[in-house]
Design a protein around this ligand. Structure first.
Ligand code: AMP
Ligand code: MG
Length: 515
């Protein structure tokens, strides 16, 4: 395993070169074998456990690594903080996979840096395990996401409200460049760094955007043309559409969509206060610090637009010196973004209903279903699973025959009872998909997970894992759970163990920033 560090090459204003702080007694708890393999990291958790614990605690440097803490700013709950940065993370470097894609290898919980402010630079074991579980589940659900390569226990306590076991988590991402990274340089009116960052981002994420070789070059970086910047912004927007629509598909609530937690790659990053929605309601919030429900489930499309408008603010001076001209070029992209989000959302929702293409009336079909789910407090995931499970020709024929009979019966009364609403909705849906029920079933099976990392299971497993690990190094509950959520579209022997909805609807469930 050998690392380089491309980001470090960008220069001193981008990061602080700083080493991880060693930990007392590193023990490898989790090792993501398939991810390691995809990165050609040929170590095994059995044979090389001790060495891996040294590497992925930060105690020993991997060959070629130049650890840095990256600088960034960010709007947190709408308020701009000009200086955030990696206060407890070290970008060890990057590694290329067989396809030539670069991946950042980052430690989190690995000690303080210039950006730590009052923080201790450390991470508690619970949030580290939670990030591993959630990000693996999200990856398997088909959601773009950062992933975890390893969790190493440090053998040291971290002090939050009480003493907790500490851990270092290794995060793999196509990059850790955030909207807040652009804001950092925009806030400092450092146009040259903004241009370098844009070029770097294009090279890393969107190599199809060709930087003109005749363009201005500063310390080996070809600076982007105005058109390059526009193309870059459009490409970032496309990634965000795919990201947010897939969150909405599986019922994911990020919980802290600050601009420093919005990666330009469109990967889910920062699993601190995230949670999964149970019964459908667009206002669902679990994060204890999100008091105004800014990051509620149904607000995520709006918030990503707000965040992208903040990225646009940063890019304006790179597009044209005349702000009005720059705005005229970038505004249509934001309008298109809003339309794309809307269209792709409904397209995804009809896919969940086994309909491959949006047609007239489908938006009402979706919204009416969500209205019923919301009124009846129906579980989002389980509703689609049940709809698919009950879908068969005989049932469809039966309901449609009843519908015809009802409609022809004189004086049929619609008593507005919820059950009636449900039956009415069902027959509308059956009419819509009657032409090819087996195609509808196939599409539903691909779009609707059987199992998601439900909050109540995640919390029980985290609690039991932390005790059993300390008592006898046992993480078997966690590994059993992982084996199921890593195949969320397949009915395994154990799948049913994790499908149940919380008895109290998660009414008193609250998440916290994972610090
Ligand atoms: P987050 O809430 O994880 O998005 O972090 C927001 C900011 O706080 C980032 O600059 C983090 O690096 C910093 N931060 C969070 N926790 C700690 C910690 N324990 N020590 C130092 N800095 C931290
Ligand atoms: Mg963060």
């Amino acid at each position: 395993m050998k690392l380089s560090n491309q980001y470090h090459q960008l220069g001193q204003s981008f990061s602080q070169q700083t080493l991880p702080s060693p930990v007392a007694q590193p023990i490898l708890l989790l090792w993501n074998g398939p991810l390691a393999q995809s990165l050609s990291i040929n170590y095994s958790s059995q044979k090389d456990s001790e060495l891996l614990a040294q590497y992925f605690s930060g105690n020993q440097l991997i060959d070629g690594s130049t650890p840095i803490a990256q600088a960034y700013s960010g709007h947190q709950f709408g308020h701009f903080n000009p200086q955030l940065g990696d206060g407890r993370a070290h970008l060890l470097g990057d590694i290329t996979d067989k396809q030539g894609q670069y991946w950042d290898v980052q430690l989190k919980g690995s000690g303080t840096s210039f950006f730590s402010r009052q923080g201790d630079g450390r991470c508690a074991l619970g949030p580290a395990l939670r990030e591993y579980m959630m990000s693996e589940a999200m990856f398997a659900l088909g959601v773009p996401t950062t992933r975890c390569l390893a969790v190493v226990a440090t053998g040291e306590a971290v002090y939050r409200e009480r003493a907790l076991p500490g851990a270092v988590v290794t995060r793999i991402a196509t990059s850790h460049i955030r909207v807040g990274t652009f804001q950092y340089f925009a806030a400092r009116k450092d146009i040259e760094s903004l241009k370098k960052l844009t070029s770097f981002s294009i090279g890393r994420h969107f190599p199809e955007i060709k930087l003109a070789s005749s363009a201005e070059v500063i310390s080996d970086v070809i600076l982007p043309s105005s058109q390059n910047v526009i193309d870059f912004f459009a490409a970032v927007l496309n990634k965000q559409v795919a990201l947010v629509v897939s969150w909405l598909r599986v019922g994911f609530i990020h919980g802290v969509m600050n601009t420093d937690n919005t990666a330009i790659s469109g990967e889910t990053i920062d699993y601190g206060p995230c949670a999964m929605m149970n019964h459908y309601h667009s206002d669902t919030v679990f994060s204890s610090i999100d008091r105004n429900a800014r990051y509620a489930f149904g607000n995520q499309s709006k918030i990503i637009q707000w965040n992208m408008a903040r990225l646009a603010d940063c890019l304006l001076p790179l597009i044209d010196e005349d702000e009005d001209i720059a705005l005229a070029k970038i505004t249509p992209l934001l309008h298109k973004f809003a339309n794309d989000l809307q269209y792709r959302y409904f397209e995804m929702m009809v896919n969940k209903l086994g309909i491959s293409e949006l047609a007239d009336g489908d938006i009402d079909l979706v919204n009416d279903l969500l209205g019923i789910m919301s009124d009846m407090k129906l579980d989002y995931t389980q509703s689609f699973v049940t709809l698919a499970a009950n879908l068969n020709q005989a049932e469809v024929d039966n309901v449609l025959a009843m519908k015809v009979a009802q409609e022809s019966a004189e004086g049929a009364i619609d008593d507005e009872a919820e059950q009636d609403k449900w039956q009415q909705w069902l027959s509308r849906w059956y009419v819509r998909i009657a032409a090819d029920i087996s195609a509808a079933k196939d599409l539903m099976a691909k779009t609707n997970p059987l199992v998601i990392p439900r909050n109540h299971h995640v919390e029980v497993i985290l609690a039991s894992s932390q005790t059993s690990y300390q008592e006898n190094g046992d993480l078997s509950d966690l590994n059993k759970f992982l084996a199921v959520v890593q195949q969320p579209y397949t009915q395994l022997d154990n799948t049913h163990n994790y499908q149940d909805t919380p008895s109290d609807g998660d009414e008193n469930y609250h998440t916290f920033c994972g610090t």
